[in-house]
Structures are given as structure tokens and as C-alpha cells.
Design a binder for this molecule. Structure first.
Ligand code: ZN
Length: 109
């Protein structure tokens, strides 16, 4: 029984290794944690999404969720997790290009 629990736990952490948690705040905190997607505003109507760049460069990426802004992103929530669309392509710094899909980073080539 104990062994089974250990196996289960290590499998769980393996599958969740790259998973982000999603938190909702009124304001953008001064310091952002890695592997956390911050949604700022109302839970059901956030206006900003922010995360630390997943490449490790430590830059903070801020994405407007306001429909009329250019560019702007859309948050979709499902039982699988949270998805941002379209993809995130940094024009400055590290020029990372990735998707945030179901609480995970999917890199583009
Ligand atoms: Zn980066």
C-alpha cells in the first residue's frame, strides 16, 4: 500500500511538473512567482494576464485581455485548465514564442 502511494505520488508530480497554477488578483503583485499565471481583475472578467517568461530570462510578460486593445488575448477556461489565445510571441528581449494551453507552456519552433 505504501509503495503504491509512492508510485502514484511520483507519477503525479511527473505529469504536473510543467503545470502552471492560475491565480486571480486585484492588482499585479510586485514580484511574480515562476509557473504561475496571474489574472488581474474580476475572477470572471480579468483585464490583464501576467507571467514570468518561461524561457528563464526572468522578464515579466503582461498581456492585455481587453477586447479592443491591440494586441489582446483571450482567456478560456475548461476542465483541462486555462488557455490563452493567440500564442505569445515576444517582440523584445528573448523573443520567445509559445502557447499557454491547459495551464502548460507549449513552445513553438
Ligand atoms: Zn524569456
Amino acid at each position: 500500500m505504501k509503495l503504491l502511494k509512492t508510485i502514484f505520488r511520483s507519477l503525479f508530480s511527473f505529469f504536473n511538473k510543467n503545470k502552471y497554477s492560475v491565480v486571480v488578483y486585484d492588482e499585479l503583485p510586485t514580484f511574480l512567482d515562476k509557473k504561475v499565471l496571474y489574472l488581474i481583475g474580476e475572477k470572471d472578467d480579468p483585464w490583464l494576464a501576467a507571467l514570468k517568461c518561461p524561457c528563464g530570462c526572468d522578464d515579466v510578460i503582461q498581456l492585455s485581455l481587453i477586447k479592443h486593445d491591440t494586441p489582446s488575448w483571450k482567456v478560456e477556461r475548461s476542465t483541462q485548465g486555462t488557455t490563452l489565445s493567440p500564442s505569445i510571441w515576444r517582440t523584445k528581449g528573448c523573443k520567445s514564442h509559445f502557447f499557454f494551453r491547459d495551464n502548460r507552456i507549449k513552445w513553438c519552433d
